[in-house]
Design a protein around this ligand. Structure first.
Ligand code: FES
Length: 125
């Protein structure tokens, strides 16, 4: 039986805690859920700072927003992960942030069309 390459697996919650900024992580550990917004070099080149600012500008975001380090998926960013369930969004734009906050964080409905297909393959039907 083949064992999947570690690089093909999404990071564990412990992995993500270790790459996050220590200040917001303190807040995050007090909440059931949180959002990791990658601020690694590749994602920043693709607009991650603007995505982070868009989350922080949401007036009623129900979970902590955590700026964090590279998630190992460079080139597909800006990457955003909702934790602890590990729902990955890729190529997030600032204009998409209100939908993530409203539909996913408030209503509990992830947005299939925006999910990272590597970890959330599209339904075959
Ligand atoms: S810089 Fe964001 S996944 Fe690597």
């Amino acid at each position: 039986m083949m064992t999947p390459d570690r690089a093909d697996l999404p990071p564990s919650p412990d992995d993500l805690r270790s790459v996050a900024d220590p200040r917001p992580t303190t807040l995050a550990t007090e909440s059931t859920h949180w959002v990791h917004v990658c601020q690694g070099k590749s994602c920043r080149k693709l607009g991650a700072a603007q995505v982070l600012a868009a989350f922080q500008a949401q007036p009623h975001c129900p979970v902590p927003i955590v700026p964090g380090s590279c998630l190992g998926q460079c080139g597909n960013g800006p990457m955003v992960v909702v934790l602890p369930e590990k729902t990955w969004y890729c190529r997030v734009s600032p204009a998409e942030v209100p939908a993530i906050v409203d539909r996913h964080l408030h209503q509990g409905q992830p947005i299939p069309a925006m999910l990272y297909p590597k970890f959330h393959p599209p339904c075959p039907h």
